[in-house]
Each structure stands twice: as structure tokens, then as C-alpha cells.
Design a protein around this ligand. Structure first.
Ligand code: AMP
Ligand code: MG
Length: 484
């Protein structure tokens, strides 16, 4: 008889210094909160199984299905600029990998499934609130077209977790192309374990960047590939108004997917200096700092790779520098292209960058909502009477409209814009309301509704609903918490 899930555990075939064998700790009364049917299908996982009692046992960590070899992986990282030589999956367990119908390999990981060797005194558990938040925001990111880890399932455990108060516990099943972090490389590099570093780099090349093998220096090609993935990722964050909030190198995946939905937030009003995370008092991870931090993180990552780049250190440093110096241009090209298209222009339109810059200045000085402002432009483009605004806005829109010569141009621009300017984003006040209802009433009705809306974030059918609006005064969330 075939197994319910065909696991293949390539990470387990790496040396034992990469992980420790660790099963999940059982929970007392698990029940399903959410199961992602579409994602199960993409992964080739039998939905019938997931929704069965055996499936629930797997998703809650109460049993291990045949073929799964659960482990916790080790890594290190720069946290808020400070080096931490040993972190690791403190509350996550990798059940194994699955190969999807399209031949892609994905990690299946439980988050909140009990302590591991790397828990550093933590309980290894997760409260319900942050699990709901990660489920909603990660799925929204995916549907917005941003590379991200995904959520296959959320279950409540029936147990409480002690934080400031007692909170209901939950477990997320997280899917990633891999959970290998900048900090995984940094862990081995810092210990001087060059053999392990090489094995890890080879594993990442064969898993994520097989094209690098065609290069004369595959490890340099690996760095270049990762630099480009991260430039694209952060450009997409900036264009959609996403603030990650905790861009530590243990939260940067080499596959270029967004990971760690702790203190993240979508901006309401456009403010480049915006910081929402309660633990980021210095504003290190403010919205406008994200590209620069990405480059700093890449610099520390490149440092870890140096021993593989060339025999002579000077030469290795020159090679790495050369790649890193390409980051600003790579990022700018991606960001400018996205922003040009958000105002209906092609990336190579010579006026695009200036128009975007002056638009953003207007948004900032008038405290306008970032997402709604672009939707207003779409209305202007469609010839609808402009609900907004004042003379500066009108002057800008007149300049802008001159870029389009006729109704065909305007129709084309409208369709470009509609693909990049969402109607709905997972606004903080919406997410908070869902969590509050789940915690106080044990009801997941609002959660299900918000999830359904964010499945199609660009669909104009939501235009006149509360999901498309910014927060009312008093509704705006001013601070987010990392949710450990
Ligand atoms: P984060 O800030 O979520 O990126 O977490 C940083 C590190 O702390 C990671 O290695 C986590 O696995 C670990 N960690 C976070 N919360 C817990 C917890 N409740 N129990 C054990 N380890 C945790
Ligand atoms: Mg993390």
C-alpha cells in the first residue's frame, strides 16, 4: 500500500551536524482550523488524507506518518546586527520533503510543535494569534504574486501556552522551497567547517540553482543567483508596501521566499520611515531601510561563502564585492519596473521614475493610503470623477495622463495597473479583528472570510466592501509583536 504522503528527505542525507533528530511533542485535543486544499493539490498531497483523523494526527504532531524523518535544523544569524553563533529550529520540525506534480521539492514543516535541541529555554510552542496571522499573510503574499513560504494547515492544539497571559496554542504546517537560511551558511562558516559549508553549498546549488553548475565558478554563480532573488523579493515588498520587520539573517531564505511573519505589516498611509515592530525601537528594519538591509545581509552571507569562492582570500573578496556591488542596480531595475507598471507605464518609459518619485512625495506629505492611492489613479485613468484631492494631486495626474495619447493607450495602462495594484491587502486592523474574534469567541468565521477575500486580492468585486478600505480613525494598528 502506498504511503499517504511520499516523503523524500534530502536534508536528512546531509551530515548529522546539520540537524538533530527530533519528533514533535504530542498535544491534547487537536482540531483543524484551516486546510489549504489548493496548495495540497499543487503539492500532490491527498486532501482526503489531510482531512482524515490520521491527517490531523500528522498536522498536530501526534503521530509521524511512514516515510517522514522529523528533524530540527541548526543555523546561526545576525539578529538586529548582532552575531548569534547558534540558533536553529527552536519550535519547528521538518517532517520531510515532498516532490510536487511539477517536479519541485518542498519542505513540510510543523511550527509550534514542541521543544527541540535549539529551543534555548523556549517552550517550542506557538499561540493561536501569530499562527492565524502567518496563515493569512503568507497566503495573501502568494496571491499578491510575492515569493513566500506558504501555509498548508493550521490546527489548534487544545493546550494553552503561557505568554503574557495564557493563550490557546496552535500549530502551522509551513511549506517552503527550502528553509535553508543565510544563517545556515553562517553557522558552518563561523565554525570554520569548510567541508560542511561546501556540502551545504552543493546541496543548495543542486536544489535551487542547478544552472550555477554551468558556470566556471559555481559558488560565485550561487552568490549572484541569491543576490538577484533577494533583490527581486525586496523590490516586490517595497512595491506592495510590505514591511517585514525582522530581517535578521536567520530569517532570509536562500531560495528567496519571504519567511517569518512575526512583526510584519502592510503600510496603510505611505510613510518611508514606518516601523511597526515593537522590538525594533531603533527602526533598523523600517520600510525604507529594507533594500539597504538586504544588501547588508547579502554582504554577511558573501563573507560566509568566501572560502569557497577562491583559494586566495584577496581574490575571493574581490569576486564577492563585484557581485554585491551589482545589488543596487539589480534592485533599482526591479523596483523601478514594478513602480512604473503600477502607474501604467512600461519600465523603459523615461518619465516613469520622476513621476513615481513625485507621486510618492505627494502621498507622504498628504498622509495618503499607499494601496488606495494607486486604486484612485486607476479610477482617474478610467475617466471616473476623481474623489480626491487637492491641487497637487490634480496637477500630478494631469502630467501623468499626458503619457497616454488615446483611449487604447489608456485601456492598456488600465490593464497593466490592475495586475499590480491590489484592491485588498491583509491590513493590520483586518488581521487583528480576525484574531480577536478567534480568541474571544472561538469563531473562525471572519478568518475564513478574510482568507477567501485575499485569495483574489486584485479582484474588483471587493471594491466597495470593508476589506478594500483603510482603517477608520482608531482602528489603525500602531504596533506589531513578534509573536513568539
Ligand atoms: P524569530 O524571532 O521568530 O525568528 O525566532 C528566533 C529564534 O528563536 C528561532 O531560532 C526560533 O526557532 C526561536 N524561537 C522563537 N520562539 C520560540 C519558542 N516559543 N520556543 C523555542 N524557540 C523559539
Ligand atoms: Mg525566524
Amino acid at each position: 500500500m502506498s504511503e499517504p504522503i511520499e516523503f523524500d528527505n534530502s536534508y536528512c542525507r546531509l551530515p548529522h551536524s546539520f540537524y538533530s533528530h527530533q519528533g514533535p511533542a504530542p498535544v491534547s485535543a487537536p482540531s483543524i482550523i484551516a486546510l489549504n486544499k489548493l496548495l495540497a493539490k499543487e503539492l500532490g498531497i491527498d486532501y482526503q488524507f489531510l482531512s482524515s483523523p490520521d491527517g490531523l494526527n500528522m498536522l498536530s504532531g501526534n503521530s509521524i506518518v511512514d516515510g517522514s524523518r522529523p528533524i530540527a535544523t541548526v543555523y546561526a544569524g545576525y539578529q538586529f546586527g548582532n552575531w548569534n553563533p547558534q540558533l536553529g529550529d527552536g519550535r519547528a520540525i521538518l517532517l520531510g520533503e515532498v516532490i510536487s506534480g511539477t517536479g519541485h521539492r518542498f519542505d513540510l514543516q510543523l511550527k509550534g510543535s514542541g521543544p527541540t535541541l535549539y529551543s534555548r529555554g523556549g517552550d517550542g510552542r506557538a499561540p493561536l494569534g501569530p499562527i492565524l496571522r502567518e496563515y493569512i499573510v503568507s497566503e495573501a503574499m502568494h496571491n499578491l504574486g510575492i515569493p513566500t513560504t506558504r501555509s498548508l494547515a493550521a490546527v489548534s492544539t487544545g493546550d494553552s501556552v503561557q505568554r503574557e497571559t495564557l493563550e490557546p496554542g496552535a500549530i502551522l504546517t509551513r511549506i517552503a522551497s527550502s528553509h535553508i537560511r543565510f544563517g545556515t551558511f553562517q553557522y558552518f562558516a563561523a565554525k570554520g567547517d569548510i567541508k560542511e559549508l561546501t556540502i551545504l553549498a552543493d546541496h543548495v546549488i543542486s536544489r535551487h540553482f542547478p544552472g550555477a553548475l554551468e558556470s566556471t565558478n559555481p559558488y560565485l554563480a550561487l552568490l549572484d543567483n541569491i543576490m538577484k532573488k533577494i533583490a527581486l523579493l525586496v523590490a516586490k515588498w517595497q512595491a506592495i508596501g510590505f514591511i517585514h520587520g525582522v530581517m535578521n539573517t536567520d530569517n532570509m531564505l536562500v531560495c528567496g521566499e519571504t519567511v517569518d511573519y512575526g512583526p510584519c505589516a502592510f503600510m496603510d498611509e505611505f510613510d518611508p520611515g514606518k516601523v511597526l515592530s515593537s522590538i525594533d525601537s531603533a527602526g533598523r528594519y523600517a520600510y525604507q531601510n529594507q533594500p539597504g538591509i538586504a544588501q547588508w545581509n547579502l554582504m554577511t552571507f558573501a563573507q560566509a561563502l568566501l572560502p569557497l569562492l577562491a583559494d586566495a582570500q584577496d581574490e575571493a573578496i574581490d569576486l564577492a564585492k563585484n557581485v554585491l556591488e551589482g545589488f543596487p542596480q539589480e534592485y533599482a531595475d526591479q523596483y523601478n519596473g514594478l513602480m512604473a507598471r503600477k502607474i501604467g507605464l512600461s519600465s523603459d518609459n523615461p518619465s516613469a521614475t520622476d513621476l513615481v518619485t513625485s507621486l510618492l512625495q505627494i502621498l507622504q506629505s498628504q498622509n495618503l493610503d499607499y494601496t488606495l492611492a494607486f486604486r484612485s489613479l486607476m479610477a482617474v485613468m478610467a475617466g471616473e470623477p476623481s474623489a480626491t484631492h487637492n491641487s497637487k494631486w490634480r496637477a500630478w495626474t494631469q502630467d501623468w495622463l499626458q503619457q497616454f495619447n488615446n483611449s487604447t493607450d489608456r485601456a492598456d495602462a488600465g490593464s497593466i495597473m490592475s495586475a499590480l495594484n491590489p484592491v485588498c491587502i491583509p491590513r493590520n486592523h483586518l488581521v487583528e479583528a480576525v484574531i480577536e474574534e478567534a480568541q474571544s469567541k472561538g469563531s473562525f468565521e471572519s478568518f475564513d472570510q478574510l482568507l477567501a477575500v485575499l485569495q483574489q486580492p486584485y479582484d474588483p468585486k471587493w471594491l466597495d466592501t470593508t476589506y478594500a478600505r483603510g482603517p477608520e480613525p482608531g482602528q489603525a494598528v500602531l504596533q506589531t509583536f513578534c509573536g513568539t
